[in-house]
Ligand binder design. Structure first.
Ligand code: DUC
Ligand code: ZN
Ligand code: ZN
Length: 484
């Protein structure tokens, strides 16, 4: 007799799909089969039974470098994630310059542990790679299961130099860490911004030109060159251009451990959204910026081809008020407007409605993009990202026919707008279960703040990638010098 049996749904994993009962016991998936019996049984026939979504790019209870705080904390952020079909999320723990890593983690532990309704981990953001950080604090963070972190190649208060980037890549490589990078060329952005602002082009629509596609492409190519030079894995987050994705694909074809992510805003919105009347366009300012229709088509192709294995919300919730987007006034110039938009709850409904329902992607690829790839890349694939005996009972039951008109009021984040207001989506998560606990059921929250637990993640699995180390770093080719 199991604790709970989901009866008769279509269970979807990355490599298989079929009607089965799913039995849960002790927070784990205990069995898949027919006619399984439980103390509680739920008929989910006609529904899709997916692994719970794993959201690996979101900004929760995070201060930006300019001091703005995200609207969502770990309570509202995790609730919104759960209503969107997610059972694990991995926000950022951001180091600002001058802060020590242990202090950063202590701060985020206090923010997350009492508040998360679903499981969580963090990626560290590293802006100050001091000797202590590189030799002591980051290795200690890896040892407690924080095995990924992000660096920036732009933003004056966040940027790391190429030398610092190399130091970080080598340190990560030594400890099984995965470096994530925001790849845009800082000088090109600063130069374009100066010229636009000097000429009075400060409306939100000019944000797109201020972060040209070429800035992403240059930084992606440089990142690949540096990571391959020292044979370190590198993940490019929020890829927004075809040429950036093609550079990643070329590196992958050569066997390099180079990975890519894109986000809903680059698939479902364009720079035309920045040109809405008044200050409305400020709602659509994010970096990298929204591009165009042709790029959307290209990015879908890269999702198909497997160039981009991660699809994440980049939920960066700044409200449309003086504490958020309008902190520089009611008509803020683009370069003084907080970067980012919300989307944690709509990430998966958008992908299902616009991807699966339209025939662009299969159900199995939906599972890959919603959970399985993230579990593998971020060191959780032994517990999460599949519906299989022994795995955590992290499950999202979807009604593939449910139609929802998106409104900000209907979402569960702490935001006062959604960039997807008025969209009609078909397919919606109706029951969300995290380690056997029902968190969301039929539109109602059942989970409690603090129910989510920290997920200590495994090192990045670099097996299967080819050696890329530069000849000058190989002792057998450089007269025996050990440099890595
Ligand atoms: N990078 C992100 O990942 N999110 C918001 C803004 C940014 O620069
Ligand atoms: Zn970024
Ligand atoms: Zn982000």
């Amino acid at each position: 007799m199991f604790d709970l049996v989901l009866k008769g749904g279509t269970v979807v994993n990355t490599g298989s799909m079929g009607v089965a009962d799913v039995a849960i016991a002790g927070g784990k998936i205990a069995a898949l089969g027919q006619a399984l019996r439980g103390r509680e049984e739920r008929d989910v026939s006609g529904k899709l039974v997916f692994p719970g979504g794993i959201e690996t790019h979101c900004h929760i209870a995070q201060e930006s470098a300019t001091g703005a705080m995200t609207a969502d904390d770990y309570r509202t952020g995790s609730i919104s994630a759960a209503f969107g079909g997610n059972t694990t999320f991995v926000p950022f723990a951001a180091q600002h310059r001058g802060q020590a890593i242990p202090e950063v983690l202590e701060t985020y532990d206090a923010r997350a542990a009492p508040n998360a309704v679903i499981d969580y981990s963090y990626h560290l953001i590293v802006t100050d790679p001091t000797e202590a950080a590189l030799s002591r604090d980051l290795p200690a963070a890896f040892a407690r299961g924080i095995t990924s972190f992000k660096v920036f190649l732009t933003y004056d208060k966040m940027i790391v130099s190429d030398q610092q980037f190399l130091d970080i890549l080598v340190m990560a490589r030594a400890h099984g860490g995965l470096t994530m990078v925001h790849a845009e060329n800082n000088a090109m952005i600063a130069w374009m911004t100066r010229r636009l602002v000097e000429r009075g082009y400060t409306a939100p629509r000019h944000h797109a030109a201020s972060h040209p596609a070429a800035a992403e492409v240059e930084a992606v190519r440089r990142g690949i060159a540096l990571a391959s030079f020292v044979e370190a894995p590198l993940l490019f987050v929020h890829i927004s251009t075809d040429a950036g994705a093609r550079a990643i694909a070329t590196a992958r074809m050569a066997g390099h451990a180079i990975l890519g992510e894109t986000c809903p805003q680059y698939l479902f919105l364009t720079a035309d959204d920045l040109n809405r009347p008044g200050a409305e366009g400020a709602k659509y300012i994010c970096s990298p910026p929204l591009r165009d229709d042709a790029t959307q088509t290209d990015l879908w192709r890269h999702l198909h081809a497997g160039t981009l294995e991660l699809y994440s919300s980049d939920h960066a919730p700044y409200r449309f008020d003086a504490g958020g987007k309008l902190s520089a006034g009611p008509n803020p110039p683009f370069h003084r407007t907080a970067n980012g938009m919300p989307g944690i709850e709509l990430r998966l409904p958008l992908l299902f409605s616009e991807g699966v329902r339209t025939g662009r992607i299969s159900l199995e690829r939906f599972v890959a993009l919603s959970a399985a790839n993230a579990a593998r890349i971020f060191g959780m694939a032994d517990r999460k990202g599949a519906i299989a005996p022994g795995y955590d009972a992290d499950i999202a039951v979807w009604d593939p026919e449910k139609r929802v008109t998106v409104t900000a009021a209907g979402l569960h984040d702490a935001m006062d707008y959604t960039p997807f207001e008025g969209r009609v989506l078909t397919g919606w998560p109706v029951t969300v279960i995290n380690r056997g606990r029902v968190v969301v059921d039929d539109g109602a929250l059942k989970g409690q703040p603090g129910d989510g637990v920290f997920v200590a993640r495994n090192p990045f699995d670099a097996r299967g990638f080819l050696p890329t180390r530069a000849a000058e770093l190989s002792p057998e080719r450089n007269f025996g010098a050990e440099l890595l």
